[in-house]
Design a protein around this ligand. Sequence first.
Ligand code: ZN
Ligand code: ZN
Length: 362
Amino acid sequence: MKSRALVLNKFNEPLDLKEISIPLLNEGEILVKMEAAGICGSDVHMWKGEDERTPLPIILGHEGVGRIVDINGQKESINGEPLHEGSLITWNRGLCCGACFYCAVLHEPSLCDNRKIYGINMGINEGSALNGCYSEYIILRNHTHIFNIDEGVDPAVLVSASCSGATIAHAFDMVKVNPGDTVVIQGPGPLGVYAVAFAKSMGASNIIVIGGSEDRLKICTKFGANKILNRHTIMEEQRRDIIFQITHGHGADLVIEAAGVLGAAEEGIKLIRKGGTYITAGYAQPAGVERIDFYRYVVKNNITVKGVWASDTRHTYQALALVKKNQKLFSEMITHRFNLEQGNEAIWVMNNKTALKAVFTF
Ligand code: ZN
Ligand code: ZN
């Protein structure tokens, strides 16, 4: 049996649709036929060679939903349900060692020294070769945390929960949002949309989104943002004035960076009230050095600055729960659907930001 898969052989060159032999499963491994795979902003950075973790050649794709074809051994979902042939599943994209200092002592699996991530740092020269979601089949290793999905749910709607959704769930796991709070979100991409949805579900009173794409900002409004600030028409100083006006001169309780572009942190830090929090999740690859006056905007204002790196199984669980409850809304996030033959087009619409979220369906 073979699997057709899109392989990245060289950075910045078209993905190559190849046939790869499906090997026999090792103990605890699961062969999954993909139903949907998300094209993530990180994939575009990896394709360009901007993510230092990328081994070549590689099958990209770390967001997936699929159906079990074969299991070597007995496996259960994270909820203890037995998994079998035909089960519709998704999984935590990362695999942690459980034995390093960060896993075993700090209980921070997303910081694991030995974390393996499907489609990110597992190339085709490793293990089964089928380590990414841009493929008809993927082989999930033993100890992958698996979630059962109810029939009737559109798999395409769920894929982003395993990456951007989980990362934002991680952010909201680190901070508390109270009714009455003003949350400012920088960046209306998938991370930003999830930030709006989580802020709303946690009771934030004002949700303000700053972004450059009117279409993406409009989607944020549908998810519950009550103010959108287009940075092409409203300049930085004006944005700051508007946010301080809304918050009676205090500034935002929480600012979430979900943009990943140079200058976002420099602006964001200035939008926070005394004692507030800046949480940054968008810089998933190097973006340059921010210029921040720490005395004026951080120390003097008692501000907490937190970074969010990736996510853990609990965050995937939380994001999936949010999407399942709001399926119709999250389906609006998916602007483009492709098949594997259209792989390069799919990367392109994410690169030029014409898509909010693109997915492969099979
Ligand atoms: Zn991702
Ligand atoms: Zn570890």
